[in-house]
Design a binder for this molecule. Sequence first.
Ligand SMILES: Nc1ncnc2c1ncn2[C@@H]1O[C@H](COP(=O)(O)OP(=O)(O)O)[C@@H](O)[C@H]1O
Ligand SMILES: O=C(CO)[C@@H](O)[C@H](O)COP(=O)(O)O
Length: 484
Amino acid sequence: MTLVAGIDSSTQSCKVLIRDAATGALVRSGRAAHPEGSEVDPEAWYSALQEAIAQAGGLDDVDAISVGGQQHGMVVLDASGAVIRPALLWNDTRSAQAASQIIAEAGQGDAAVGARYWAQRTGTVPVSSITLAKLRWLKDHEPQNAAKVAAVCLPHDWLSWRLAGYGPGSGATGLAALRTDRSDASGTGYYRAAENAYDHEALAQHLGHVPLLPQVAGPLESIGRTASGALIGPGAGDNAAAGLGVGAQVGDVVMSLGTSGTVFAVAGSPSADASGLVAGFADATGNYLPLVCTLNATRIFDATANLLQVSLEEFNDLALSAAPGCDGLVLLPYFDGERTPNLPEATGSLHGITRANYTAANLARSAVEAVVCSLADGLRALEAQGVEAQRIILVGGGAQSRAVQQIAAEILGLPILLPAPGEYVADGAARQAAGVLAGEFPNWAQGTAELPAMEPAPQILERYRALASSQFRNDFLARTELGA
Ligand SMILES: Nc1ncnc2c1ncn2[C@@H]1O[C@H](COP(=O)(O)OP(=O)(O)O)[C@@H](O)[C@H]1O
Ligand SMILES: O=C(CO)[C@@H](O)[C@H](O)COP(=O)(O)O
C-alpha cells in the first residue's frame, strides 16, 4: 500500500493523517496541541508536528507528505536561517494601526482611495491579519529586528522547509530552498494573485527592504524530500487545503468554524472587494478563493462552555434546549477584537438581558447564533462579489456541534452539506501529497450528508445585524473622534 500524509498545523493544534494514496482510506493519525497566544515561537509548531507524527506511527513508510497551515503568520528569518522573533499569528491585532497606515499611505490620506488601490493591486485590502501589516508593525516597533530580516515566510512554508532538512544555521543555501504555494502567498498582502507575482514594491515600502521570498511552487510540484525520503508537496493555506479536502469545485461555498470563522468560494476569476470584507485569495489548484474571515468562532463556544462549567456536548444540549432568538438575548461575539467587520479594538457584548431570559440555555444558544450570524454576514459579502451560493459545505471543529448544524440551517436558509466527521485541512494536504505522487489529484470517495431543512428564523439575523451595525457605527465614530 502506498501511503501519504497530510498535516494541518492550525492555530490550536497540529494534526497528522496518514492515508492510503489509492483509496484515501485512513490508516493512522496523530495530534498535538499548540501553545496559547497570538505570538508563537515556530519551534513550538515543529515540536507539535514531531509529537503528532510520532503518535501517527512515524513517516518511514510514507511516500509523500504535504503541510496545510494557518495563514498569514509572520515568520522572519535572519541570514543564518534562524527565527528572529516569535511569529505574529493571523489573529494578533497589534498590527491594526499598521494596516490602516498602509491603506492611508496608498490613498495619500484618503482611506477609501487606499482601499481601492489595494483591492485592485493584490485583491485584498490589508487588515491586521495580513502579513504585510505585521512586517510594517515590525519596521515601526522593532526596527532592529526588521533590519535583520533576510527572508520572510509563512507557517506552512517554514514547516515544509524544516521537514526538508533546513533550519537555523542552514544559511543562504537554506533560505534559497524556501518554497510556498499560491494559496498561502495570496494571503501575504505582497502577492498579486491575479498576476501570480510578488509585489516587491510593497515590501520595500513597508518593511524597508525586499527580503528573500519563498519561490511559489505549482499545485502538484514536489519541493523536496523528508529525511526518510518522502516527497514533500507544496502545501497550502489551511482554507485552501480544506477546499481540497472536501473536493470543492468552482461555485462551491465552504463555511469553516475553527478558531477563525471563514466562508469562502472556489472561483474561476479573481475578486477585488474595496470594502475590505472579502479577501481575494487563491486556491490550491490554480483557481481563486474569495474569502471572509472572522476572529471569533469556536473559541466563543469554548469560553461560554467554560463560563457555564459544562462540556462542549452539554453546551450543545443547552443551546438546543433554548428557543430560536434566545427570548431576546443577542450576543455580539467580538471577544478577541474583530477582523470582519474590521473592529480590532472591539469587545463582545450581550444585549437584551431580562431577568427571565438570562438563562444558561439562552446564553449557550446566543453564542452559537452569534457565530453563525457573523458568518451569514460573511456569506452576504461574498454574494455581493458575485458568488451565487446554492448550498454550504460545513467544516472545521465547530461543524461537529449539533447546535451549530441546526442553527446554521435555521439562519442561513440554504441546504447544508456536512462531510463525514474529519479533519478536512489535513485531508486536503493528504490529497495534495497523493497528487504529487500521481501527477493528478486523486478522486477519493467521501461520505457527505445533507442536513435536514429547519424552520427558517430570519428574525435572528435581523436583530443581530441591527446590533452589529450600531456597534460598528459607534466604534467608527469613537475612532474618528479620537482622530485615529
Ligand atoms: N462537539 C463540538 N461542539 C462545539 N465545538 C466543538 C465541538 N468539537 C470541536 N469543537 C470546537 O472546535 C474547535 C477546534 O476546531 P479546529 O478546526 O481544530 O480549530 P483550529 O483549526 O483553529 O485549530 C475547538 O475550539 C472546539 O470548541
Ligand atoms: O486568517 C485566516 C484566513 O484568512 C484563518 O482562517 C487562519 O488561516 C487560521 O485558521 P484556523 O486555525 O482557525 O483554522
